[in-house]
Design a protein around this ligand. Structure first.
Ligand code: SF4
Ligand code: SF4
Length: 476
């Protein structure tokens, strides 16, 4: 089966229950942001710019659990910021499991191995020695760390930890192969760490997923190579969504930089070009989401936005209307459902009800539309059923060549980030305004509060510029 039966059945049951009750709007996935603090400063990240990143500003554990219970979404995506920085992340995962939720921990991967060592310390026994030796052999755990696991004290042994479960996925942010990914996250070694964390997770029996945002300059061939590589690691599923920017950012671009927004933003037409092969990818790789949403991305049909089905809760409350746009925050999910004028958002039959929605095709607005039967066409239910309950694509064979293609950053020399920055600061690049990619990041961290978008899909103009430079640097 493409996805575990229990999970698919739970989601299908949730939809059927609400259809029978004729509930007009209900939640499918809660995007829970317990904090916005992050250990990385990815280019274009909206979250670390829009919200406070102070550790003082966190959603208390009890509130996190209460909002999950309130909206009743079968799936909870714990994002941020970096959720593994949240001091009560283990308790949060345990509490959500007690509520019977399917959990995705959306992480940049940097702290995953630490969390898995914590888990190992609680379950270690001599019978686990072969597994520990395997982790050491693959350099996923050092000898010193292995000893710490073996000799864990009572406090370490009794910690609440994140355990492997078919109900929980590590959902690792990967925006390309090594060169591209490390440039976007603005730190070398992060791609390597993500791969190590995924390998360790697989050895320990965790479920793993990846999430990728596609930008104007994203190289489609690289995306395919990335999926092949991740599939060779036996990653259990992938979320892929177009990056998106909206009106405010476009106006800012015209006003501040004198640039034509079309040069930078992923329009609907461009998205459809980038995702032209999404249905083929869906056959080869375990892409999350419905085939109906894939048809929408490939330009074969229209869907109506159902942003209320993937609500976001963060330190300010229920964020409306969607994960990307902020027109207000509400105290309760039902309050948000009743007060927001949903009919004013989205694109219907190609016409934007709100100009900011014009080019949006993001998964948090349209993926649930495919599952909920919005714009239903004959055969959709069978298509969705076949996709979710059908055979899982086989892992792509791991080859030395594929690994070499994945780790394409190391070939550049001493430090490819430094090299890329130097390239971006070259006179030619400066003429193109590329150095502002890094300058604006500094400005944003000074607290301008003007950021927008989401983790991994913020100011796409910055990322598009950066990706254009990457493409140029690769050619040189
Ligand atoms: S995109 Fe995610 S990982 Fe990167 S800085 Fe933003 S919150 Fe952190
Ligand atoms: S179309 Fe996109 S930007 Fe507009 S409300 Fe829906 S998800 Fe948000």
């Amino acid at each position: 089966m493409r996805f575990p039966f229990a999970l698919s059945a739970k989601i299908a049951g949730h939809i059927i229950k609400h259809k029978v009750r004729k509930t007009p709007r209900f939640a499918m996935v809660l995007q829970l942001e317990p904090l916005h603090t992050c250990n990385l400063t990815c280019t274009g990240c909206g979250r670390i710019r829009e919200y406070s990143t102070s550790l003082k500003d966190m959603v208390p554990l009890e509130k996190c659990l209460a909002v999950a219970a309130e909206c009743e979404a079968p799936m909870v995506s714990i994002c941020g910021g970096e959720p593994l920085i949240y001091p009560k992340i283990e308790e949060l995962v345990a509490g959500l499991r007690e509520q019977g939720r399917i959990i995705y921990i959306c992480t940049n991967g940097v702290f995953m191995r630490k969390k898995m060592r914590d888990y190992l310390a609680t379950v270690y026994s001599p019978e686990m020695e072969p597994k520990l030796q395997e982790l050491v052999k693959q350099q996923l755990v050092t000898e010193k760390e292995a000893d710490q696991i073996r000799n864990a004290d009572a406090a370490a042994k009794s910690k609440v930890v994140i355990r492997p479960s078919q109900w929980m996925y590590w959902n690792v942010h990967v925006d390309g192969l090594e060169f591209t990914h490390d440039l976007i996250v603005e730190r070398e070694g992060v791609f390597k760490e993500c791969v190590a964390a995924i390998k360790m997770a697989k050895i320990l029996g965790y479920q793993t997923a990846t999430n990728t945002t596609v930008y104007k300059e994203t190289d489609v061939q690289e995306l395919e190579d990335m999926f092949k590589f991740l599939s060779s690691l036996d990653v259990d599923g992938h979320t892929i969504s177009p990056g998106y920017d909206y009106d405010a950012a476009k106006k800012d671009m015209v006003k501040r930089l004198g640039k034509d927004p079309k040069e930078f933003f992923l329009t609907r037409d461009m998205t459809r070009q980038k995702f032209a092969k999404i249905e083929d990818w869906g056959k080869l790789f375990t892409i999350f989401g419905t085939p109906v949403y894939q048809e929408f991305l490939a330009g074969k049909r229209e869907l109506t936005c159902t942003a209320w089905a993937i609500p976001t809760y963060n330190i300010k409350g229920w964020k409306a209307p969607c994960y990307l746009m902020t027109d207000g925050h509400y105290d309760g999910y039902q309050e948000m459902l009743s007060k927001v004028k949903w009919e004013n958002y989205g694109v219907v039959n190609g016409k934007a009800r709100d100009s900011r929605c014009e080019h949006c095709m993001v998964h948090c607005g349209y993926d649930p539309s495919g599952a909920l039967g919005t714009n239903y066409q004959r055969g959709d239910n069978w298509k969705n059923f076949k996709y979710n309950f059908g055979a899982k694509p086989k892992p792509f064979p791991a080859t030395a060549e594929l690994t070499q293609r994945a780790f394409n950053g190391v070939s550049i020399g001493k430090g490819h980030l430094a090299e890329a920055k130097a390239a971006i600061n070259s006179p030619r690049a400066a003429m193109n305004g590329a150095q502002s990619v890094f300058q604006r990041r500094e400005e944003a961290h000074a607290g301008d509060g003007n950021g927008n978008g989401s983790c991994g899909s913020g100011d796409t103009s910055q990322r598009d510029q950066l990706l254009a430079k990457i493409a140029a640097a690769k050619k040189d």
